[in-house]
Design a protein around this ligand. Structure first.
Ligand code: 4AD
Ligand code: MG
Length: 465
């Protein structure tokens, strides 16, 4: 018989019809007359209840139906008597696809810690929490593609293997086919890459932006959405070594339009979650973070604060004068720490902040330099609970200024001649940003650790699964 997915089965009202569902047993309870199986197939956070009349099935037949086992259940669709569910199935035929030894199956108990669940990341999608998180993750990807498609952007694929360091922070993982125990060196004692696969030193990309800029100079409006890699040795709840980034790049826009785009885009994603992930959000709101839905609603209904870095530092220094303590100092010129960002967003303004015009020395080489020659047109979006969720900027389109900045930073440009060509041939004002997908996921789910919003996290010393 054809399978009905549980999300559809729960909406059916053709009581008395025969129906088949398949999924994983969440629990089985009952008495000597009747047994109740809670079955979940991942299509929704909700389980369907299978009612087993023990006059028709023996204990022996039901024995393999334990938590974690996989079954196919056929029966009659009936209106449910129990509270909290609309329909249930009176079992007539049972097939067990796969058993799960109760002595060994790790997901027996409720309330397992996030840390423990990380060690069984291959099974954790079967929990309510991770089922919800990964359904929301899919929905956020759909929201992102839909937003850009509807706004005339083209999805552009940038390479994962690259010979350039976009952010210039030197946090790259090298890509090589060489025998690392038997490297060839040149006469200066430097590694000779000429006989390596690509004939030069290559790495996994930290950002698709540079290639995205090339595309924007031809297609006008593009976005990338792919994995990026950073070998930053920061073991924090907000950093991954492999994370997904969304990077739109747009020709002919300036700082204000860039900020409008950042705000509109992120609100669209949050609105999408509220509209399309109701059951999962309600679950997370109840069991993971009681303030979640209220926070999501507040973000879509509020205008983000737009603030220069200099104004931000002044506010922080005022706060320090009035006795607010921070772990790190904040002098003009310092990179803001997460505690500073969160103070501004959560305590001072109580809403998201788009911070602009940072000192040039704490930002990447490609940002447009202001008239003051001290600050650049960066436009980061800072969010409650998260801190930086978007990093963006207007790009420096002047070849001379860009060359001067590259020289000042002593950036090796021999592998980036193609990037400078965009400033040589038909240069245009343009701007873009990068949204960390997992940071968005943290915000939308209320989860506390970035390791718990990606299926298989990669962090220092962790590459299991
Ligand atoms: O601020 P970042 O470094 O900016 C760029 O990479 C630019 N090239 C983007 C652009 O303008 N096209 O990174 C962008 C965002 C951050 O705001 C943050 O949300 C996320 O990427 N991010 C990380 N997320 C998880 N783990 C990490 N290690 C991350 N590093 C950055
Ligand atoms: Mg940044």
């Amino acid at each position: 018989m054809e399978r009905t997915v549980i999300i559809d089965a729960l909406k059916r009202t053709d009581f008395g019809s025969k129906i088949n569902v398949r999924g994983w047993v969440r629990s089985r309870r009952g008495n000597k007359n009747v047994s109740f199986i809670a079955l979940n197939d991942g299509s929704t956070i909700k389980n369907i209840q299978i009612v087993v009349d023990l006059a028709n099935f023996s204990e022996e037949q039901l024995k393999p139906v334990t938590t974690g086992s996989c079954i196919s259940a056929t029966g009659t669709l009936v209106e449910s008597q129990g509270a909290g569910q609309s329909v249930e199935i009176q079992l007539t035929e049972l097939e067990v696809y796969g058993t799960a030894d109760p002595e060994k199956y790790p997901l027996q108990k409720k309330g397992l810690s996030m840390e423990y669940l990380r060690t069984i990341a291959h099974l954790r999608p079967r929990t309510n929490t991770f089922g919800a998180v990964f359904r929301i993750r899919h929905n956020m990807a759909m929201a992102i593609h839909t937003y850009f498609h509807e706004h005339g952007y083209f999805y552009f694929h940038t390479p994962l293997i690259t010979a350039s360091d976009c952010e210039g922070a030197g946090q790259m993982f090298q890509v090589t086919t060489k025998n690392l125990y038997n490297l060839k060196y040149d006469e200066n004692g430097k590694i000779d890459y000429s006989d390596d696969f690509f004939g030069k030193q290559t790495s996994l990309t930290v950002s698709g932006q540079l290639e995205g800029e090339l595309a924007a100079m031809a297609l006008g409006k593009i976005y990338t959405f792919g994995p990026t890699f950073r070998a930053e040795n920061s073991n924090t709840p907000r950093h991954l070594a492999e994370f997904w980034m969304i990077e739109p790049e747009v020709a002919f826009i300036q700082k204000d339009e860039l900020m409008d785009l950042e705000e509109d885009f992120i609100k669209y994603c949050v609105r999408w979650a509220l509209a399309n992930c109701k059951d999962d959000l309600e679950f997370l709101n109840q069991f993971v973070d009681k303030g979640l839905i209220a926070r999501l609603e507040s973000v879509v209904n509020t205008e983000f604060v737009r603030l220069t870095y200099t104004e931000g530092v002044n506010i922080l220094q005022e706060a320090v004068k009035h006795g607010r303590k921070f772990e790190f100092p904040c002098e003009w010129g310092d990179d803001l720490a997460s505690e500073h960002e969160r103070f501004l967003v959560e305590e001072h303004f109580g809403k998201p902040v788009i911070m602009t015009d940072y000192p040039k020395d704490i930002k990447a080489f490609y940002m447009k330099i202001n008239e003051d020659d001290k600050t650049v047109q960066g436009t980061d979006v800072l969010f409650p609970q998260i801190g930086e969720i978007i990093g963006g900027s207007v790009r420096e389109e002047s070849l001379d200024k860009l060359n001067a900045e590259i020289a000042r930073r002593q950036i090796p440009m021999k592998d980036m001649w193609w990037y400078l060509d965009t400033r040589r041939f038909g240069a245009a004002p343009h701007a873009g940003f990068g949204l960390g997908f997992e940071r968005l996921m943290l915000f939308v789910t209320g989860m506390q650790n970035i390791r718990d919003v990606i299926p298989f996290p990669r962090t220092p010393k962790t590459a299991e699964f």
